[in-house]
Design a protein around this ligand. Structure first.
Ligand code: WTA
Length: 629
């Protein structure tokens, strides 16, 4: 089933959609199972219910670690590059990683964790984060990684939603010039949590931290006591592997649930196929493990494939704008996978930051997280790939678990700004507004998927009804992605962006409702409407229209209070770029905010606002336009 030519892709694709069960069933055979699955797929999108490899039994860590020990035990599994270039990198072999994971798994067990218990992980990008993730999987505990840039409130909400029993964190973290007191933030969050019984704290910054007696333990003390022998818990293929929160268009974040067997098969296959990974190559994905990209394509996919995966603790701009390229040169990276927002930021820096580094090791480039604009694509192609590295523009989601639409490196013809063609086993459909599939070429619609794939999320933790409403109700019988998409004459797909109330800022999903309710918490605020508008580097930025209770004396003071509030409630990534105080919001007679109008004003496209006659008070639009920033 290897694909080495475009013709072969078409053939494999055809086979995969004619008989998906055979396709995925055959792929599952290369893994280590305690019981090989016979029952490949059960599904019903109306319920919705999807079960892959249901009678199979496995542990994903045996596939990521144990099975490589014989022939790859001494090969580097993880290369770690610190925030500070002066700090020595770490090279961790498969055998060392295996030992560390087993030892930490024993730490978890000794502290009372059992299969099915939820563990929250709130850590910087250090190897121990990957070790923590794998140790949970080793014993069948369900990890919920929370990105370390989230605030104490966001952390507490996520811990409470899935009732985590344990928190894994560190004293602090380094990001560029900043040191962040992660433990203090975690402690603040924990004041609102009752489910956490133990906190294991890794020493990273050596800052002074409070250790709560009876609750908090040092990572290194616990590891010293732990044995490195830990048999893997045997998991059913549909047992929970992890929960990962993502923003939705309404209300609180959704805890997307991923299960063991299908996720493993799917992420391993897509990792190997998309990047055409060759044994011995160094692969670097610049995402954080706090996001799905890090789960699937820093940890599980690469390790299951026996690859060498690079983890980077820092930021692209520290100590200067050449850091990514310096790391590529230093570790002779062959495959480099990043986000369009990073490319746009680095594109603004002087080319000397690129040119002083030897990038000749690069073979494949990739992007993920948001649409890439043509200019950034060409800059990446010419200056980083030197015109000889294919760029894989990979479209997928937290919900899909793995890459869904993407070129295969060196195989699929490229077309800038296009994610090109579906992966084998993936069946995309474009829908018009009335729910009719668009069959012809050169059409734009809403992207749906009509057949299950193994790594799809199975539910929203604790809220299956919301799962059904969000993804399976707009187009009954189909999974609805929330993205708009165009298909051209060649059948190539181009993602045009979200069609719901999710805004992607610097590649991170943010729900408008979440930001609005954070701002509404301010005692001077009556109501808020938040929209996205195009931004040079971030892709989109946030524009908040805020109605205040009384006349305000100092707008700037209130603005900074609102920014601080958003930072505390969600995290700095959710801070609005612009805040405009308005006398009212454009609402329909039924009270619905017409965001379409607000989006146009924020984007400075006010020539044609469309029909505003249905507004309760059309005059408010004039007033908002007059005060636009
Ligand atoms: C967007 C990230 C265009 C899309 C893996 C999707 C993209 C959302 C691309 C999911 C791409 C992701 N081109 N848009 N190559 N990749 N997106 O859950 O809107 O953080 O729905 O998963 O990012 O973001 P998430």
């Amino acid at each position: 089933m290897e694909i080495s030519s475009f013709d072969q892709y078409h053939q494999v694709y055809k086979n995969s959609v004619e008989d998906p069960e055979k396709f995925w069933g055959d792929l599952s055979k290369e893994f280590k199972w305690h019981k090989e699955p016979e029952n490949i797929l059960q599904w019903d999108f109306n319920k919705p219910e999807v079960r892959w490899f249901e009678d199979g039994q496995l542990n994903i860590t045996e596939n990521c670690l144990d099975r490589h020990l014989d022939d790859k035990g001494d090969q580097t599994a993880i290369i770690w590059e610190a925030n500070d270039p002066g700090e020595a990198p770490r090279h961790i072999t498969y055998r060392e990683l295996f030992d560390e994971v087993c030892r930490f798994a024993n730490v978890l067990k000794r502290n009372g964790l059992e299969k099915g218990d939820r563990v929250c992980i709130y850590m910087p990008m250090v190897p121990e984060l990957a070790i923590a993730v794998l140790a949970c999987a080793r014993i069948g505990a369900v990890h919920s990684v929370v990105f370390a840039g989230f605030s104490s409130t966001a952390l507490a909400d996520r811990i409470n939603d899935s009732q985590c029993k344990m928190l894994l964190t560190s004293d602090g973290s380094f990001r560029g010039k900043k040191t962040i007191d992660l433990k203090a933030i975690a402690d603040e969050g924990l004041k609102k949590c009752t489910s956490i019984q133990k906190v294991v704290v890794l020493k990273r910054t050596n800052g002074a931290v409070h250790m709560e007696p009876g609750r908090d333990l040092w990572w290194h003390d616990e590891m010293e006591k732990a044995d490195s022998q830990c048999d893997a818990e045997i998991m059913g293929a549909e047992d929970l592997l992890f929960i990962l929160y993502t923003s939705g268009s309404t209300g609180k974040p959704k805890g997307m649930v991923h299960t063991c067997g299908g996720y493993m098969v799917n992420v391993t296959y897509t990792f190997k196929t998309v990047f055409q990974y060759q044994p011995g190559e160094v692969y670097w994905c610049t995402a954080d493990i706090g996001w799905i990209t890090g789960h699937s394509y820093i940890v599980y996919g690469p390790l299951s494939a026996g690859a060498t995966t690079l983890m980077f603790e820092g930021v692209p701009s520290y100590p200067d704008m050449g850091r990514f390229w310096e790391v590529v040169a230093r570790h002779k990276v062959n495959i480099f996978y990043t986000a369009p927002t990073a490319i746009r930021a680095l594109e603004k820096a002087d080319l000397s930051f690129v040119n002083k580094h030897d990038l000749s090791s690069l073979r494949v480039l990739g992007t993920v997280g948001e649409p890439i604009n043509a200019e950034a694509w060409h800059w990446y192609d010419q200056n980083i790939g030197k015109g000889r590295c294919p760029i894989v523009d990979t479209w997928w989601q937290t919900e899909t678990g793995g890459i869904m639409i993407s070129p295969l490196a060196g195989i699929t013809p490229l077309k800038p700004t296009y994610a090109t063609l579906p992966m084998p086993g993936v069946q995309p459909v474009l829908m018009d507004e009335n729910g009719q599939p668009l069959e012809k070429a050169n059409q734009e619609g809403r992207l749906c998927i009509e057949f299950p794939w193994p790594s799809m999320a199975r539910t929203i933790y604790g809220n299956h009804q919301r799962f059904k409403e969000t993804y399976f109700s707009a187009y009954p019988g189909y999974y609805f992605t929330g993205d708009g998409c165009r298909r051209d004459n060649d059948g190539f797909y181009r993602i045009t962006g979200r069609v719901d109330d999710v805004i992607i800022v610097s590649g991170h999903n943010l729900g408008t409702a979440e930001i609005e309710s954070a701002i509404d918490e301010h005692q001077k605020v009556v109501e808020t409407a938040v929209v996205g508008f195009p931004h040079d580097i971030k892709g989109n930025a946030i524009y908040a229209y805020v109605i205040t209770r009384d006349q305000i004396d100092d707008e700037d003071v209130l603005r900074s209070e609102i920014l601080a509030l958003v930072s505390e409630t969600i995290g700095p990534i959710a801070k609005p770029e612009k805040i405009q105080f308005v006398p009212g919001l454009p609402k329909t007679r039924s009270g619905k905010i017409m965001r379409r109008i607000l989006r146009k004003i924020a984007s400075k496209e006010t020539e044609n606002l469309g029909d505003i006659s249905t507004l309760l008070d059309p005059s408010v639009v004039e007033e908002i336009m007059a005060g636009a920033i």
